[in-house]
Design a protein around this ligand. Structure first.
Ligand SMILES: Cc1cc2nc3c(=O)[nH]c(=O)nc-3n(C[C@H](O)[C@H](O)[C@H](O)COP(=O)(O)OP(=O)(O)OC[C@H]3O[C@@H](n4cnc5c(N)ncnc54)[C@H](O)[C@@H]3O)c2cc1C
Length: 371
């Protein structure tokens, strides 16, 4: 069962303590598997990948926990790519997507009526509750981009909007991985694969064929009509006034850094800055904004300011001690920039593939001993 995302920090820590890395490694690919469902908290910086890894390693070892440690590695890989390549991640990364018949995703898919029961149920659940298992994300993306011949970009914006853990790097680059613009080949899934990992037994669908046939399949009729993606934000209310010249210290939070322990003892005004300009293109669902508001309230004294950086600091920042945390989407913010809590050191070689990143991460991390 998917646990509540609207809980308190203590309960969240208990959930981290209860992760079973063996069960995770055995079952994570199955819809009913022992995944952590911690995505939204990682995305919003309430907890870090390092916090999860250290908790698991306190009761396991690098070898046993490597299933989970490598998935945390995927997240860090995507974020290191974002750090290195910046906004280039929002366009086809390695080569243009092939066999695209529309920029817009199939309407039947985004409305949950494609006829592939498990995917339709997962899409409806996504829109209702903001969560979707990794394998269901892969199937949905494969149906949209490859079987459904749409470009990955609009479909990925749609999924990012609904996901409580919607993350610009992980989402964008996963979609590109599926669409073959950030991988060696396109990912496709047939009915047999969906049945195996979902426990379903549907047959006779348009993808109930072998992989050779699926790769050659013309656009199925049910996926032809398209949906134009239109997404809006419902921001929380502003509770903070602009910072004036008599103030001396500000601790500036973003929606991607809602860590209640960050600079906890630092004196100063705590402000969560939400810049509408950032969310115009990549909007967030009302449930997601509620989640952000919920976890912002868990930080003592945090005020909310919806506006631009210039509106928050009308008299500039030269007179201030100003603290922020490094994050690609807020690299234009002024102030002293703290590092995030990573699991793995910054890569020294170009980020050409996850396997290369992971090889270096294993070599430089003490968690895996000498292999
Ligand atoms: C099309 C598509 C879109 C995706 N969009 C997002 C997204 O917007 N945000 C996001 O965080 N992840 C995304 N992922 C990756 C992955 O599906 C989720 O991180 C994972 O399902 C979150 O659930 P969980 O917390 O139970 O993960 P667990 O399996 O319990 O893993 C623990 C943590 O490790 C990280 N992680 C695990 N698997 C991956 C992975 N394959 N890639 C990157 N990080 C991973 C996440 O931070 C996750 O919370 C996407 C994957 C695909 C195929």
């Amino acid at each position: 069962m998917v646990p509540s995302f609207f809980t308190d920090y203590e309960t969240l820590c208990e959930r981290i303590e209860s992760i079973d890395p063996d069960a995770y490694a055995k079952s994570r690919n199955h819809l009913a598997g022992a995944v952590t469902w911690l995505g939204p908290f990682v995305t919003h910086g309430v907890i870090s990948t390092r916090q999860i890894a250290q908790s698991v390693l306190a009761r396991s070892d690098g070898k046993r926990a490597s299933g989970l440690l490598s998935q945390l590695g995927w997240r860090e890989f995507f974020h290191r790519v974002w750090q290195a390549r910046g906004d280039a991640i929002f366009a086809d990364m390695r080569e243009p997507q092939t066999q695209v018949s529309s920029p817009n995703p199939p309407r039947a898919l985004v409305e949950g009526c494609s006829g592939i029961d498990v995917v339709d149920a997962a899409v409806r659940e996504l829109q209702l509750s903001g969560h979707m298992h990794n394998h269901a994300r892969l199937w949905t993306a494969a149906l949209a981009c490859n079987t459904g011949r749409s470009h990955w970009r609009e479909a990925s914006r749609w999924m990012h909007y609904h996901l409580l853990d919607g993350d610009l790097a992980s989402n964008t680059l996963s979609w590109q991985w599926v669409a073959g613009t950030f991988s060696q080949r396109k990912y496709i899934a047939n009915q047999e694969n969906i049945n195996r990992f979902s426990g379903g037994d549907q047959s006779g669908t348009f993808i109930d064929i072998d992989y050779e046939q699926l790769a050659q399949l013309p656009l199925p009729e049910v996926l032809e009509p398209r949906s134009v993606i239109q997404l809006d934000n419902t921001y929380p209310d502003t509770t903070a006034g602009p910072v004036v010249s008599s103030e001396s210290s500000v601790i500036l939070y973003s929606i991607w850094n809602l860590d209640p322990n960050w600079r906890r003892t630092q004196a100063g005004r705590r402000v969560l800055l939400i810049e509408p300009d950032m969310h115009r293109e990549f909007a967030l669902s009302p449930l997601r904004w509620r989640f952000i508001n919920h976890w912002a309230r868990a930080i003592d004294g945090l005020e909310v300011f919806v506006g631009s950086i210039d509106e928050l600091f009308p008299q500039g920042t030269a007179h201030l001690s100003l603290f922020t945390r490094e994050y690609p989407a807020t690299r234009h913010w002024p102030g002293e920039r703290d590092a995030r809590d990573w699991c793995y050191a910054a890569p020294e070689r170009a980020l050409t593939s996850f396997s290369r990143f992971w090889k270096d991460a294993r070599k430089t991390s003490s968690w895996f001993g000498h292999e």
